[in-house]
Each structure stands twice: as structure tokens, then as C-alpha cells.
Design a protein around this ligand. Sequence first.
Ligand SMILES: Cc1cc2nc3c(=O)[nH]c(=O)nc-3n(C[C@H](O)[C@H](O)[C@H](O)COP(=O)(O)OP(=O)(O)OC[C@H]3O[C@@H](n4cnc5c(N)ncnc54)[C@H](O)[C@@H]3O)c2cc1C
Length: 297
Amino acid sequence: MKKSDTAIIGAGPAGISAALQLARYEICPFVYEADTPGGLLYSAGTVENYPGFPKGIEGPDLAALFAAGLEASEAVVFPEEVLAVDHAAGVFRVQAGSEADFSRLIIATGTRPVPLEGVEYDSRETEDGIDYGVGEIRNIAGRSVAIIGAGDAAFDCALTLSKKNDIVIMQRGERPRCNAALLRRVGESERITVLDIVSVEKISKEDDGRFALSLYGGGCGSHNRMTADHVIAAIGRVPREIAFLPGLTEMIDELTADGRLRFAGDVISGMYRQTAIAVGDGVRAAMEIYESKGLDG
Ligand SMILES: Cc1cc2nc3c(=O)[nH]c(=O)nc-3n(C[C@H](O)[C@H](O)[C@H](O)COP(=O)(O)OP(=O)(O)OC[C@H]3O[C@@H](n4cnc5c(N)ncnc54)[C@H](O)[C@@H]3O)c2cc1C
């Protein structure tokens, strides 16, 4: 396996697929991963639309399979967060725990959650106690969970946790924005309640450590209050961008055109954020980088 001068930032489905494709050319990339290889799938429930799993597969199981593939590929994984990227004299300088130079770069950093704003908190500790996915609390049982949001992620989290917990989904609008299959399953669940036209005004902590949510709305414009052991905000995600040092932003078109730089997966997928798309993007990014001149490293 040749050592390469190519780095991949992010080891989710997109970054891992890029690394596996480079391995097909017997090129061994350097992969930076701030968290656990496998990416956002650790937060997903049952994935039913990724080919090869006719009965579906749990998100964390699929993530672990991706991670095992990365491990087997001989890619060099740096368990570090990339803080910034610079480019000068034909070289990308990647700043993580230490600095390293590469001539090709694939950015596959995925997305980050939109923070829950416009809500009053009684303390910073309460605010920090809000979850933004099921990752940390996936195995809880016998608890109550309030989920704020109306899209696929909110409904997927509800279904995952409803196997062992009672869930209330709070949506601001009248209609959920999730796909039809999730909507039907949530409707069929006896452990999930959906509150429409509700906004959360304040979140505080009770003496017993539970969250207290002050709500407004519910169709009749009244104030209400509820308590929950956990609160999840699933109100959307935005691209997780890398800090480009001065000058690099203006060079992106040029670097992309000559095959030195590629973005892959959710970070550039807009609203089309799905595993199969991320995988395809990663494979394509690696092939395009390989086909571009000078990848001899
Ligand atoms: C609740 C939920 C349910 C879902 N269900 C499905 C489903 O049923 N079917 C489906 O197809 N898709 C589903 N998805 C979407 C799927 O998880 C994503 O489309 C997919 O994970 C995107 O892959 P990615 O590699 O582009 O990004 P990610 O999976 O987000 O991976 C990006 C990686 O980059 C790392 N990273 C980011 N910044 C840095 C940095 N600066 N330095 C180093 N590392 C960094 C992150 O730690 C992460 O591991 C779901 C998502 C959620 C949240």
C-alpha cells in the first residue's frame, strides 16, 4: 500500500467510503476523526433505506460495520479534531493536535445540530443538559423524554426511545415534516404523544433533577407545564464547516476544479442527507481525486 498525500476529514459514511475507494487504488489516506468512526449513524434508529439490509439495520450497527471497514482498510486514523485548514504553495496545512501537510483533501465533516434558541433557561447547567440526539441516552429505560422538533430526526429519536420510555414530541406547527413511514409508526405507538402548535418558552430544573418545560400554545393559546427526565432538541442540522484560514475560501473553486479538494456527504448535501448519498459522494470524491493528476505521493 502506497503512502498517500491525501487527507480525509471526518470518518462518517462519506469519509470512510472515500478511504475504502482509495484503498482500491492501494493508496492509504490519513483520516481525521474527532469522535467515533461511523459518524451520525450512531444517533439513527432503524435504517431501512440502505441497500443490502432487507430487514433494516440499527444505525449504530451500520456505523460499527463502516468503522470495521475503515479499520481493515489500513487507512491511518488520527483521533483528532481538525481546527483549521490553510493552503499555500500547493499544500494544505491541516491543524489538529499537530500540523501536517497534504496535497489533496476530502472534507466529509457532516453536520451539527441547530442549537435550541429563543428559550429561556434557569441556568447554564440546564441548557447544557439538553440532548441533541439519542447518542448519549440510547439505553435509558422507564424514563420520560420530551422531544422538540417535527422532522425525520425528531420522529426517529422518538421511535428509538419509545421501545422502553414514554415520549412527548412537541412541534411548533400543525403538521409534522417527517416522512410517511415514520409518521405512521409514531401514530401506531402507544408510548408516543405528539403535541401540535406548541412552543417551549422556558426550561428549568426541578429539585429532583427533572426538567420542567413551560409551554405556550396547544391550539387554544394557553400556557402549560410539563416535566420530563430528558429533553432532546431535534430542530434541524447545518453543515459542520472547517475553519479556513485567510485566503483559502477564495481558492475553493480553483482547488476543486483541479481535483485537489472535494467535499463529500452531508456537509454538502443540503436537505438530501442520507447514508447512501454520503457513501456515493465519498466514493466519487476519491475517484475524482485519484483521476486528477499527480496522486503519486
Ligand atoms: C436521527 C437520525 C436518523 C437517521 N436515519 C437515517 C436513515 O434511516 N437512513 C439514512 O440513509 N440516513 C439516516 N440518517 C442520516 C445519516 O446518518 C447521514 O446521512 C450520514 O451519517 C452522513 O454521513 P457523513 O459521512 O456525510 O456525515 P457524518 O455521519 O455526520 O460524519 C461526519 C464525521 O466527521 C467528523 N468530524 C466533523 N468535524 C470534524 C473535524 N473538524 N475534525 C475531525 N472530525 C470531524 C464527525 O465526528 C463525524 O464522525 C439519520 C440521521 C439522524 C440524525
